[in-house]
Write a protein that binds this ligand. Sequence first.
Ligand code: SAH
Ligand code: SF4
Ligand code: F3S
Length: 473
Amino acid sequence: MEKRNDLPARYATEEEIEKQREYTKKIANMIADGTPKKACVITYGCQQNEADSERIAGMLHAMGYEKTEKEADADIIIVNTCSVRDHAEQRALSITGGYKHLKAKKPSLIIGISGCMVSKQAPTDKIKHSYPYIDFTFGTEKLWQLPEILYHVMTEEKRVFCPNEGKPITAEGVPVLRENPYKAWVSIMYGCNNFCTYCIVPYVRGRERSRRPEAILAEVRELVADGCREITLLGQNVNSYGKEFGGECDFADLLAKICEIEGDFIVRFMTSHPKDASHKLIDTMAANPKIARQFHLPVQSGSNRILKEMNRIYTRESYLDLIRYMREKMPDIAISTDIIVGFPGETEEDFEDTLSIVREARYDMMYSFIYSKRSGTPAAEMENQVPEEITGKRFPRLLALQNEISLERNLVWENKVLRVLVDGKSKNNPEKYSGRTDGNKIVLFDGDESLVGKFVNIKITKAQTFALIGEIV
Ligand code: SAH
Ligand code: SF4
Ligand code: F3S
């Protein structure tokens, strides 16, 4: 698959951004006929995609569309897709398949697909031919041009397909409709240069490119002034933030500048690649109480041989050294990870190495995935693909081990008081309220609506595997 390494990114010019604003106004005039129009945005995939969906929703809102959660009520539906595993693609395709009937009932309905799945030409062509009721698609790098794309769909009554192509362009000033007034995603960079051999992301998100620090700081300042209490900085590998600025502002510098903004808020970030997570970053965290005591550091495997095959660059030893340094500087830090089970060629011994690194690292939380073959990535061509019977047996062993460790890590907090940002009624326990600690652990307690979006102190009375139970003090 084409790497498009030779295409340095650039920033959108003010004229280009203004052009999108003009298309937005034209659409607003076209749809304003006295009946409110509704837009539904469906999201699959990672936090980057959630942040992108908030920008898609923001652009649609600026055109005059009201937000709806119900596809059947919508005048426009956009499905923002993920390609990281086959399952995610299949789900997006199957939900989109269901819209055929909606369109049959309401022919004026406009349906679009965005995101990672339609960033490449071949899957875009597949949609074009197999899903005739899809009006338009746009890849991740074309997101900011949605007003222009939609205008062509609406005025020329033709289908428009825009996979990523040409130079990736980073655009500021795209409107955002945020889901939560107290917690915000802030993308600080786009793309990935790492080409881990199993991963589709670099092919669908393009090369790494950072937003200017001034733009990020202005966004965070505005969010904090509006009462936002938690900012999560997003990038596929935030540790390589600012590489193109030649030492002017790296990720640790950016964090330190964000912490200078006045106000009662915390900053989180994800994701970090272990090869780039520096001592400077860890020292900056330790020195700044506004930075949450949480670190998501995907290890993927505990076997040095597999890490090499994955092109992860670090070793289990250097990874564990990093974790030791973090815990030395911040003893109460919560560490989480991602692990892939059944990468091609993974032997029982390699898998045992993964179990042993989980035991040594003692993660607070783990996201584990069975390897999914992504066509076009180097790992898809590797011999010794691990059969499902084996991955199916390994996976629950890993989960059982992590559950034991999660509980042990949570038990440490019993009888201690933790500061918690209140989210609202718990989805799983509707009689309780739910919030998150600095370490991003879920806490359940008796509360009320007036506490939503506020920090409260909670004494932990009971620890469970996936949550802490407590009472307000
Ligand atoms: N940029 C982030 C996250 C990438 S995608 C990072 O590098 O950590 C999130 C997770 O999905 C990855 O960490 C990896 O564990 C998993 N993943 C990626 N490709 C996969 C594949 N082909 N099969 C199974 N899991 C995969
Ligand atoms: Fe994928 Fe690796 Fe990039 Fe993460 S760092 S997005 S796993 S290629
Ligand atoms: Fe999926 Fe794209 Fe994120 S492939 S995991 S939505 S970057």
